[in-house]
Design a protein around this ligand. Structure first.
Ligand SMILES: Cc1ncc(COP(=O)(O)O)c(C=O)c1O
Length: 361
């Protein structure tokens, strides 16, 4: 039996309507066709397991091109795993990480950094999901006090959970401040490509060159089937990734299929095309709903998310037609996300549905 790209027979059955798209999350989308083609390309024959394959070897060059000559890429399965592995690489057993209250590591990882890695998260409320040196100082104190978990790292998310984007200077200011206090910096880049598309500068300007020490680089929300990469940017300070990855159950045996997806994304400009498109669709939605009476966009739209407040009963009726989440049950704020495959027609139809449901209030 020869297994190759032409072998398309399957007993699997399609179980969903491929024309339906919603606004719940960018990970509701499928796989970008160029990524799917790359997976097929890597299929067939045998390759050494656990990352000793030719695809993962080549991926190192791809990441060095984007993040500098010292970058080391460690593919993992998912974003929570990337964060857990990356944070462990920065902190001793008594270490704590300072993060925004809204950070994914704080609210959406079921306590994995605490439970799996034993890391305390020291949180700070922020108006827009972004840390600043001043906000970090609310938690960056008590070094040498054995009663306090030691704040030895800072974690920031780019783009943030609230759809905002740090400027290059803002990231630099945080890294300088953290380093002056002996803290290392982790960036949760689950949506790093969306930030790159917004800022219009190379990744390294707001990661490596700004002083970030370790990065969780996101692929899933940018068009992959699955996969993220822990990228060591400062190998002098961040070590032992390979052991931490395996211990954290994030070492894929068939790693070539994770790695080749990132090659599809990053060897050319697919990451930017996908992210730029998703961002543009979020902007289109913002513009479309801004004219609708009773709908208020409540946060700056700087990446691929739109946050809005509208009457709860309208949101609930809309949810019967389109998938999306309440972001804050208390205020009724909702989050609408665009992805690489959101079309202009999807946005226009959704905006029309919002207007129609508002008309029934
Ligand atoms: C900011 C951020 N970080 C990390 C993740 C991790 O994702 P997962 O563990 O679902 O792959 C997500 C997913 O929604 C996210 O939004």
């Amino acid at each position: 039996m020869t297994i190759g790209t032409d072998d398309t027979r399957t007993d699997a059955v399609r179980h969903h309507d491929t024309t339906v798209r919603g606004f719940a999350s960018d990970n509701y989308a499928g796989i970008h066709p160029e990524v799917l083609a790359a997976i097929a390309l890597a299929n067939g024959g045998h390759q050494v397991a656990y990352g000793e394959d030719d695809y993962t070897a080549h991926l190192q060059q791809v990441f060095r091109r984007h993040f500098g000559d010292r970058a080391e890429a460690y593919p993992v399965f998912n974003g929570t795993g990337a964060n857990v592995v990356a944070l462990q690489s920065l902190l001793p057993r008594w270490g704590a990480v300072v993060a925004a209250e809204s950070a994914h590591i704080n609210v959406d990882e079921c306590g994995a950094p605490e439970k799996i890695a034993g890391i305390k998260i020291l949180t700070v409320p922020t108006p827009d999901g972004k840390l600043t040196p001043e906000l970090i100082d609310q938690q960056a104190w008590g070094w040498d006090d054995e009663h306090r978990a030691q704040p030895l790292a800072v974690s920031l998310t780019q783009s943030t959970e609230l759809g905002t984007v740090y400027t290059v200077d803002e990231v630099k200011a945080i890294c300088d401040h953290a380093h002056e206090h002996g803290m290392l910096v982790h960036m949760d880049g689950s949506r790093l490509a969306n930030a790159a598309a917004t800022l219009g500068v190379p990744f390294r300007d707001f990661t490596t060159d700004a002083g970030v020490d370790v990065l969780s680089y996101g692929g899933t929300k940018n068009g992959l089937m699955l996969g993220e990469v822990v990228v060591v940017l400062n190998p002098e300070r961040v070590r032992n990734l390979k052991f931490l990855r395996k211990m954290s159950m994030q070492l894929a045996s068939k790693m070539r299929f994770v790695s080749v997806q990132f090659e599809a994304l990053l060897a050319g400009d697919l990451y930017l095309r996908n992210a730029g498109h998703a961002n543009a669709m979020a902007k289109r939605l913002e513009q479309a709903v801004t004219g609708i009476d009773g709908v208020t966009v409540v946060r700056p739209v700087q990446a691929n998310a739109v946050f809005a407040i509208l009457p709860r009963e309208v949101s609930e009726r809309l949810q019967k037609r389109y998938r999306f989440y309440f972001w804050n049950e208390h205020t009724g704020e909702v989050r609408w996300m665009a992805s690489f495959d959101t079309s202009e027609a999807d946005i226009d139809a959704f905006a029309a549905a919002i207007a129609e449901e508002m008309g029934r209030v």
